[in-house]
Design a protein around this ligand. Sequence first.
Ligand code: GZL
Length: 307
Amino acid sequence: QALNGQTEKRANSKKNKIVLGFAQVGTESSWRLANTKSVIEAAKEADIELVYDNAEQSQEKQIEIIRRFIKQKVDVIAFSPKTETGWETVLQEAKEAGIPVILSDREVNVSDDTLWTAYIGSDMTDEGRRAADWLVKNVREKEQYRIIELQGTEKSAPALGRKKGFDEVIRQYSQYELLSSYYGDYTLQSGRLIMERALQQYGDRIDIVYSHNDDMALGAIQAIEDYGLAPGKDMILISIDATRPAFQAMAAGKLNMAVECNPLLGPQLMKAVRDLMDGKDLPMKIITAEGLFPMETAKRELHNRDF
Ligand code: GZL
């Protein structure tokens, strides 16, 4: 049945446009909005019919959207999984319907890796390592540095990877101590609330804030200023994503460094979809190259950033 379904669908898509179902995780951050824009524009560019929906950070809703795509018999499904786990059942249903699934931006942790065809995104653990490497090389004058970590969505691949990579490096240096780590959800609001809590708990004992994304870092900046301290000076702040608002905060001297996480995955996703429909084999993982930007480069870089 699956084979026939696949052949029939392939034939169908040969006649018409390829139909891609994309289940986006939410609208939580500047990075996410840039990622969505990239997918929508690249689908148009590639003449692929995009059926798009947004789960507003709900895994149940994301599963519902994927089920709807299966019913609609789209040719390919792509999604950015909110968390790493909880996908076996719906991915099994897609497999039985003969619909390949591409993971966009975030990975899943499933017992059977044939349930997904390819992952297009960043190496999140490497992003965490790069953040810590920059710290140990550039923030080292004092005997002791106490760190607060603002994590992204619990059990999401970027939160797990960015924590793992950061910890791997920091634990090699006794002068850095992780005071506490809190879960946010990549939004500005959650960053502010967490930082308020951390300031109540630790006050000006905090030397460094490591935020898993820019939006939470911007919220932390507001909380630190409300507390009466100068972010970027009284406390070192580092973040991941390197979106435009991060460059503005660095140019204002309130953020010290941003690790790049590339949201412009649309073109790579559409190429993978087209290759898949042409019967080509896809590499399991397509990792995007990324850099990092210290505060000093912000003013110059700001003009080059369009997201
Ligand atoms: C990372 C992506 C994360 C971003 C956040 O690839 O999944 O989700 O770092 C976004 O800004 O909300």
